[in-house]
Design a protein around this ligand. Structure first.
Ligand code: 5BU
Length: 471
């Protein structure tokens, strides 16, 4: 069989095994589509697997000079395996999640920095899955600049990959696949036209991942004024470090902030641990905030019914609402707490960091709770500054800030459940925008020089992230 006949054969096989379907479908992102691909089923059809690997081998692997090949998990993994054996070319395996034990490697297999690696993928729409694999390989020093694909849906993926320096070759474009199916009377010309029209209509522009956008851009995308201020402070001072001043003496706190104020974008307080609290302390802290241009977050973790929270926020000894630019809030009691704070916040540039996740092990927050928290926040766009959370998947809105505690230079734990991740991990992998450091700085011999180390390390990670080299 020649190459073109094999290609036709593959198109028909994919149709016959329901790897391509026609009708009215809605994608995960809510978009309607008249055609749907699910190549996961091919593993049940060895003859289709063989055909695919034969075609890809002829088309792009046989003469390829790359040192390795790597399938985008999961569907392309078995295809890459077949190609690796056929071409006698080493294969690398990219994990979807880093192991939580052992080597923490994202890429398995033997390779050297500088080696080249060819990417294998089944279907490309926006190209984001391919880019995830490319980024992980590039983080390991591998050159991953070529990708071969079974099907290009012609919806921006090629361009997206090109702008990330990845050349893409595909066995089929959607147009080609459709024309084969029409020619063989598998679908009517009308269905073919519907798909063609669908491809012509303005398609979903891939949403730009918030973590790739620089803070100054995100300052323009926010609806909360505290978030806007924070993004601008971070961009101007070149720091995304928040100091958690968990000290119990007002004087010690002020002395420390005087020393490190220029290196931070935010001071986080637990006002109720200070033994000699006075209004004077607040006056002094506010003037340091003015002098060094940082915001103050009271990590109060409000968690009561709306009425009580209004009182806790504005009354009592601390009168948090009079001085804190932002406060942390649990979503546990439901919307009433946000309604209360929305009504109580007297300064328009105040805001709420809503707790969507916690850093400590064994906490009872579930994925459903986190999702419901993010949904709840969406109803209060002017109030919400961001989320206290640990993962980049938690939310998408680039106008909101990911505030991540549980960070030290080395990953470790304290003896009361706190879990520390490294700056690289929280910024590059987990999507942190502002990183909270407490004892890593406060308990250091020289908090000032330690703050500089944290600031520089964190900023380097952020710069690397927005350079686009890392996802
Ligand atoms: P540490 O010394 O870096 O462990 O301090 C972390 C600070 O962040 C501390 O004040 C905690 O109360 C706060 N924190 C946290 O560690 N983890 C969380 O999930 C939340 C807040 Br929410």
């Amino acid at each position: 069989m020649d190459y073109d006949t094999k290609l036709e054969d593959l198109a028909l096989s994919l149709f016959n095994i329901d790897a391509v379907k026609f009708g009215d479908f809605t994608t995960k992102s809510g978009i309607k589509t008249p055609v749907y691909f699910d190549l996961r089923v091919i593993v049940s059809y060895p003859e289709v697997m063989e055909l695919i690997s034969d075609l890809l081998y002829e088309f792009a692997v046989k003469d390829n000079k790359s040192n390795h090949l790597c399938g985008v998990p999961y569907t392309a993994l078995p295809i890459a395996t077949l190609l690796s054996v056929k071409a006698k070319k080493s294969m690398l395996m990219r994990r979807k999640e880093a192991k939580s034990y052992g080597t923490k490697k994202m890429v398995e297999g033997h390779y050297n920095s500088g080696d080249t690696c060819l990417i294998i993928e089944d279907v490309v729409t926006s190209g984001s899955s391919v880019l995830e694999t490319v980024n992980d390989l590039r983080k390991e020093g591998l050159n991953a600049d070529e990708a071969i694909i079974i099907l290009d849906r012609e919806q921006g993926g090629r361009k997206n990959l090109e702008s990330n320096s990845v050349k893409m070759k595909s066995l089929f474009t959607m147009t080609k696949l459709i024309s084969i199916l029409v020619a063989h009377n598998k679908i009517t010309p009308q269905v073919g036209m519907d798909v063609a029209n669908y491809l012509q209509s303005p398609v979903t522009i891939p949403v730009i991942d918030r973590i790739l956008l620089p803070y100054e851009k995100r300052a323009e995308m926010t609806t909360n004024l505290a978030a806007k201020q924070l993004f601008n402070i971070m961009a101007t001072k070149k720091t995304n470090l928040c100091l958690s001043v968990d000290l119990t003496s007002a004087t010690d706190i002020l002395n420390l902030v005087e020393k490190v104020g220029e290196h931070i974008c935010m001071v986080k307080t637990h006002i109720d641990i200070i033994e000699d609290f006075s209004d004077n302390f607040i006056t002094n802290l506010k003037s340091l905030a003015q002098k060094f241009n940082f915001l103050i977050l009271e990590d109060r973790k409000f968690a009561d019914i709306g009425n009580t929270v209004s009182l806790q926020y504005s009354k009592g000894l601390y009168k948090v609402g009079q001085w804190a630019d932002c406060v942390t809030v649990h979503s546990l009691p439901g919307e009433g707490i946000l309604k209360a704070l929305n009504a109580s916040m007297n300064e328009i540039n105040q805001g709420v960091f809503l707790l969507a996740e916690m850093s400590c092990e064994g906490n009872l927050i579930t994925p459903d709770y986190t999702e419901a928290t993010v949904k709840m926040a969406a109803k209060y766009p002017n109030l919400i500054t961001g989320f206290v959370c640990q993962k980049k998947e938690t939310f998408k809105d680039p106008g909101l800030i990911q505030f991540t505690p549980g960070v030290q230079l080395e990953s470790s734990k304290d003896n009361l459940g706190q879990v520390y991740n490294t700056p690289e991990k929280v910024i590059l992998e987990n999507g942190a925008d502002i990183v909270v450091v407490g004892r890593g700085i406060v308990a250091a011999k020289s908090p000032e020089s330690q703050a500089v180390i944290y600031k520089d390390t964190l900023w380097k990670c952020y710069a690397k992230r927005v350079s686009g080299k890392i996802e």
